[in-house]
Design a protein around this ligand. Structure first.
Ligand code: NAP
Ligand code: MG
Length: 491
């Protein structure tokens, strides 16, 4: 295991406890001997490793969560008491902002301009859900419509939740599950993705420092096999997953068999519909954030640009200019916009998509090639003249690549936007916001932006069709972590 380089900490004593899982309130050594290496995708350096959980490790984490749920204080506290702890948790996360950012950047190559906001965003999510305690505590009494009595509606915690995350936003995509799960009174076992097992340790440390009781939050690292074992584990009452549609389908099948509640946030292939009155200067200013955020490794970004034929050349030129001018390089440099692809498998997959685009006759207006050197850099790529049959028009690429397709009438643009199996995001760009809103209403997806896109902690976010089941964020996201109970009585 290498801990060389400029990393300003002693690896063995660093807060990520590289040899350990976090079980029952303590960092404990793995019972197994298998390890997962952590590679910096910007340099190719293997800079750490973590244990791959054995079956015994997984059982220990599940048993701890089970005990904490069945007999511990957390589920029995009032939601407003838990909210106080979540607010302390948020403060502890913020106090670790620099370490979180650097660890995240070094494990998946997300530029510090991106990861520098991760702690504040995580804290914001925790505080938002803390603010929903009154929703769980309020007296919710509903008269029978026929007048025979009334029902008291309770929102109990579900139990032990398995939280399984991908590598593209290794902090946020855990915290968006953890915050509502904890507020509702659940106990959790977290499994991060294999390329990104380190930054989440700062979150776990923050949870401990905030006084979350032992066994309520547990962390194990392991492969997809460990994820599968978690999904099927007898101690689990609910599964929350973010990742690929392919794995999500398997998890849904397992949960279907077990009748186990599950939320799935999966892949996307969202469209940016530019209307013929689009303000291209305004579009250019939000383009990277909207269509290529995090080097194109963001589930909801609109990577299919649908351009009106009347302004097609102008739009291709604008996007080509913006993409070719955005700095790519060392993700630790605050000026970097595009970093490397996060890991080797994804890098190969993006290059494979580019080869298919070349073979099928797309026009490369910039990029298209890997950069020399040990890092996993692919030059940000614009593919023009893309037709609906091409692989790059149909499959999620999840790398620094956008496609541009021309359309005639706006009805055609909507039809193309809605023609994939996915339904996650989308954006409509127009100088006329009302007109854009009308088009946004016709896009068949869980979220659509008008001239920009951002996820709102207070609004439900989720995918339709092959993009997922259930939602995260908002009161609706909190309710994915409760078991409803109606107690009927004579009024
Ligand atoms: P992935 O391969 O599906 O992996 C996601 C997580 O599941 C990882 O922790 C992985 O562990 C684990 N896993 C793998 N096989 C499993 C199995 N059979 N059962 C249970 N868990 C299993 O996805 P990824 O490659 O990490 O992430 C990229 C995908 O996530 C993209 O498709 C992207 O669109 C999607 N995504 C969606 C959203 C959203 O909110 N909708 C957000 C971000 C990303 P290992 O890493 O150890 O294999
Ligand atoms: Mg994978």
């Amino acid at each position: 295991m290498s801990a060389t380089g400029t990393w300003p900490v002693d690896f063995e004593t660093a807060p990520w406890h590289p040899a350990d899982h976090f079980i029952d309130g303590a960092w404990v050594p793995s019972v197994g001997t298998a390890r997962i290496e952590v590679t910096n995708p910007a340099t190719g350096e293997v800079w750490g490793s973590v244990p791959a959980a054995s079956d015994e490790d997984l059982d220990a984490a599940m048993a701890a969560a089970r005990r904490a749920f069945d007999a511990g204080p957390w589920p029995r506290m009032r939601p407003s008491e838990r909210a106080e702890v979540l607010r302390r948790f948020a403060d502890e996360v913020e106090s670790r902002a620099a370490a979180l950012s650097l660890t995240n950047t070094r494990e998946n190559g997300s530029p510090v301009a991106e990861t520098g906001g991760a702690a504040a965003n995580a804290a914001g999510i925790l505080r938002y859900f803390a603010g929903l305690a009154p929703h769980l505590e309020r007296e919710d009494v509903r008269p029978f419509p026929n007048g025979v009595g009334e029902s008291v509606v309770r929102r109990d915690p579900l139990g032990v939740c398995a939280l399984i995350a991908p590598w593209n936003f290794p902090i946020n995509l855990v915290v968006i599950k953890l915050a509502p799960a904890l507020l509702a009174g659940n106990c959790v076992v977290i499994k991060p993705a294999s390329p990104t097992p380190l930054s989440i340790r700062h979150i776990v440390e923050a949870a401990r420092a905030a006084g979350i009781p032992a066994g309520v939050v547990n962390l194990i690292t392991g492969s997809g096999r460990t994820g599968d074992a978690m999904v099927r584990h007898p101690a689990v009452d609910k599964v929350a997953f973010t990742g690929s549609t392919e794995v999500g389908r398997k998890i849904a099948a397992a949960c279907g068999e077990l009748l186990r509640p599950v939320t799935l946030e999966l892949g996307g292939k969202s469209a940016a519909i530019l209307l013929d009155d689009v303000d291209l200067d305004a579009f250019a200013r939000v383009f990277v954030r909207s269509c290529l955020r995090n080097t194109g490794q963001t589930c909801y970004i609109s990577t299919r640009i649908l351009a009106p034929s009347s302004r097609y050349d102008e739009i291709v030129d604008t996007i080509t200019r913006v993409v070719s001018e955005a700095p790519q390089g060392d993700p630790l440099d605050p000026g970097t916009v595009f970093g490397p692809v996060a890991h080797r498998g994804q890098y190969e997959s993006v290059l494979d998509h580019l080869a298919s685009a070349r073979a099928e006759g797309a026009r490369f207006t910039t990029g298209g090639e890997p950069l020399p050197g040990p890092g996993l850099f692919i030059a940000p790529t614009v593919l023009a003249d893309v037709t609906p049959e091409m692989r790059v028009a149909r499959e999620e690429i999840f790398g620094p690549v956008v496609t541009i397709q021309p359309y005639g009438h706006v009805d055609e643009a909507i039809e193309i936007a809605n023609s994939t199996p996915f339904g996650l995001g989308g954006i409509v760009f127009s100088a006329d916001e009302e007109r854009a809103f009308g088009v946004a209403e016709r896009v068949d997806s869980g979220s659509v932006g008008v001239n920009f896109f951002a996820s709102n902690h207070a609004a439900p976010f989720g995918g339709r069709h092959d993009s997922g089941l259930g939602v995260e964020y908002g009161v609706e996201g909190l309710e994915q972590y409760v078991a409803f109970k109606s107690i009927h009585r004579r009024a």
